[in-house]
Design a protein around this ligand. Structure first.
Ligand SMILES: *Cc1c(COP(=O)(O)O)cnc(C)c1O
Length: 354
């Protein structure tokens, strides 16, 4: 006899990347966190925050963040829903729009949390394999017959960007809800976002996060933009005060420093391009990434042993990258783009093993 419900008992726990303890001089390139600190305005907001205000439940600060997000995307606050990280928004989408016994379609491979969030609600997951060039199979998703589709664009862990036309084909042709997670969109070329389609399609939810391009993984703030009917439904399903006052202030400060975001994202993009060339010159095969990470196939295709050897060798030297035990990913490493210095260190260790 177990107190745990069968669907929770049978599901695996979500696997996060290894987190080195504070003070460990590790190079952490395994969770796609931003290697640069958040905007100096975040520090100012933190120093200006009044501890006495923590006596009260959050309200005003979250509302101001909502207005700021709406202004950024040229929409109204009623079309913005904010969560405790976009992970919470993903869970809520499963809870509010898919539900027990419902089914959601995802590309495969993709971000593992979609599956975990669906299973935790007793929902089913339909996996649609990426095509031979690792692109999203739009036709397969369109005809999958699920209540909802969720995908990340640029995709993880491939880094590949879907063309705007393909995104619109999916949103306009799918009879259910389409969720486009744009966690990495700030690292993609301008004009690639589906944000503008929200006005046109009532079945579209676009997700964003402060965790990656804004360097605020620790603050836990994410949001989505969608039709008011959908944001209102998420609002009913959420925990009552799901976004804390301090994080809302920090996120707003980061949001208001657009120049800083563009500068740091620009640096990451330049480092990304330089290392794609380096990896390729060394015989690796790298997908053209529009995100802040690289999916690198070892020189010999299909050689999973070589990939795990490199992964383990790097970890021994305290350089943490990501390895996925998935049929399409076993001969690859996923490497977050770090600072120039971190990437130099990665390269040093890798070269010594080749
Ligand atoms: C990192 C990431 C997120 C962000 O999750 P948060 O809960 O906002 O930190 C969302 N989606 C994808 C695909 C990610 O890689």
């Amino acid at each position: 006899m177990s107190f745990v419900l069968p669907h929770i008992r049978s599901m695996p726990r979500y696997q996060t990347g290894m987190a080195p303890s504070p003070g460990d001089p590790a190079v952490k390139l395994n969770q796609n966190e931003n290697p640069y600190p958040p905007s100096p305005r975040v520090r100012e907001a933190l120093l200006m925050a009044d501890p006495a205000a923590l006596r009260l439940y959050p309200g005003e600060s979250v509302e101001r963040l909502r207005e700021g997000i709406a202004a950024l995307h040229g929409t109204v606050p009623g079309q913005v829903f904010i969560g405790n990280g976009s992970s919470e928004v993903i869970s809520l989408i499963m809870k509010v729009f898919v539900g027990t016994g419902g089914r959601v379609s995802v590309p495969d491979p993709t971000f593992g949390l979609y599956q975990t969030a669906a299973w935790a609600q007793g929902a089913e997951v339909c996996r649609i394999s990426l095509n031979s060039r690792y692109g999203v199979d739009v036709e397969g998703l369109l005809t999958s017959g699920s209540k909802a589709v969720i995908l990340v664009n640029p995709n993880a862990p491939t880094g590949l960007l879907m063309e705007n036309g393909q995104v619109e084909q999916l949103v306009s042709g799918f009879p259910g809800l389409v969720v486009i997670d744009e966690a990495y969109m700030d690292f993609a070329p301008a004009g690639s976002s589906a944000m503008e389609l929200v006005e046109k399609y009532a079945n579209l939810i676009v997700l964003r996060t402060f965790s990656k391009s804004y360097s605020l993984s620790g603050a836990r703030v994410g949001y989505c933009v969608a039709a008011p009917e959908l944001t209102a439904a998420l609002d009913k399903g959420k925990d009552i005060y799901n976004v804390n006052d301090l994080s809302a202030r920090l996120a707003l400060a980061a949001l208001q420093d657009r120049d800083y975001l563009l500068e740091t994202a620009g640096r990451i993009i330049r480092t990304r391009e330089a290392y794609i060339r380096r990896f390729e010159a060394a015989g690796f095969s790298v997908l053209p990434s529009a995100a802040n990470f690289l999916l690198c196939r070892v020189p010999e295709e299909g050689n999973a042993q070589e990939a795990t050897r490199l992964y383990e060798g790097l970890a021994e030297q305290r350089v943490y990258v990501r390895y996925f035990d998935h049929p399409r990913l076993r001969d690859k490493l996923r490497i977050t783009v770090g600072t120039e210095g971190e990437m130099e260190r990665l390269w040093q260790v890798l070269e010594s093993m080749l």
